[in-house]
Design a protein around this ligand. Structure first.
Ligand SMILES: NC(=O)c1ccc[n+]([C@@H]2O[C@H](COP(=O)([O-])OP(=O)(O)OC[C@H]3O[C@@H](n4cnc5c(N)ncnc54)[C@H](OP(=O)(O)O)[C@@H]3O)[C@@H](O)[C@H]2O)c1
Length: 313
């Protein structure tokens, strides 16, 4: 990308999209195009086509999606599939027909099979059955990355995709039932501290292993890949490091300043025992994360405190 290139960031008010905009601005890119959901509904094919014809972006980061935790995904399988497929097909196709030079599609590590060998490499895609609770979302994401690959193969485009692990950071979703584990813990320990509660109950026994990437690190990788990577195979985005949910809970409690007990409700499920991405491909390309988990949680909590409306989303 040139510093004056016309760059469209789809989903710029979301956690990932806003981090990509911050990163582009920090690196001196000046012509960043954005539209809110109200201004442009990306499930509306005709509106998306008109937008691309009018604006003719040269580069596109596709970070708009209908996103949610297990409960939301499982309860609205049809909505998750329809909205995500529509957003992806409309944006990628409109970019293609209006001559966009390069597009980067954001997926998720849930595209990999439920029982994939750990750590999960990019090549384990479509080698086994998906996790049933987010199958609809994963199928939509697989379709998006495959559409990029098929355009490259049939028409010689330069469209790429990146698959992040669990993300956290500024603009995260702290909804009481729809959020992911790390922001959910921040909110619960914060509320317990304010209420003077002496106990917080967490699901499972805390033994599950998970990986977390600070969203501004992901944004750096996204911009890096736009400038330095071409290829049909996706690129994993993670740290390659894992923590137990128990360690994570203690880290969040310490950062938030909650000093009460943490009780583990072992009648509730743990989820997958382990979910870790193999990050050797991004490392070989020359990128590695910089924000350690403890520092990232401190920054995320500061953003949560400075923006009380995050808890209202
Ligand atoms: N969060 C994670 O832990 C995580 C992990 C791995 C991968 N990812 C991937 O990263 C991408 C972005 O996730 P995120 O966490 O940044 O999600 P997010 O915070 O919910 O942001 C998604 C953005 O997309 C917009 N959007 C949704 N539907 C739209 C529509 N029909 N038309 C226009 N805009 C629409 C939303 O706008 P409104 O809010 O106004 O609807 C929002 O700004 C997704 O592809 C996701 O799979 C996220």
């Amino acid at each position: 990308m040139e510093k004056q290139s016309r760059i469209y960031v789809a989903g710029h008010r979301g956690m990932v999209g806003s981090a990509i905009v911050r990163c582009l601005q920090k690196q001196g890119y000046t012509d960043i195009i954005t539209r809110t959901h109200t201004e442009l509904d990306l499930t509306d094919q005709a509106a998306v086509r008109r937008f691309f014809e009018d604006e003719k972006p040269e580069y596109v980061f596709l970070a708009a999606a209908k996103v949610g935790g297990i409960e939301a995904n499982n309860r609205a399988l049809a909505d998750f599939m329809y909205e995500n497929m529509m957003i992806e097909m409309n944006v990628i196709h409109a970019a293609f027909v209006t001559g966009c030079r390069k597009l980067e599609f954001l997926g998720s590590s849930c595209i990999y099979p439920r029982l994939a060998p750990q750590p999960m490499t990019e090549s384990c895609l479509l080698t086994g059955a998906l996790e049933p609770t987010n199958e609809a979302y994963a199928l939509a994401k697989i379709s998006g990355l495959k559409y990029c690959e098929y355009l490259n193969r049939q028409y010689g485009t330069d469209y790429i995709s990146v698959m992040p692990t669990n993300l956290y950071g500024p603009h995260d979703n702290y909804h009481p039932t729809h959020s992911h584990v790390l922001p959910a813990l921040i909110r619960r320990f914060h509320e317990a501290k304010i209420a003077g509660a002496d106990e917080v109950v967490c699901w499972g026994d805390g033994s599950a292993l998970r990986e977390f990437l600070y969203v501004d690190d992901l944004a750096e990788l996204c911009v890096f890949l736009m400038n330095h990577y071409s290829g049909n195979e996706t690129v994993n985005a993670g740290t390659g490091k894992e923590v137990t949910i128990r360690e994570l809970a203690h880290l969040v409690a310490k950062t938030v300043g909650y000093t009460g007990e943490i009780r583990w409700d072992t009648s509730k499920p743990n989820g997958m025992p382990r979910k870790l991405l193999d990050v050797s491909k991004s490392a070989a390309l020359g990128w590695t994360y910089t924000t350690e988990l403890e520092e990232g949680i401190r920054l995320a909590y500061r953003d949560f405190l400075e923006n009380p409306m995050r808890a209202e989303r």
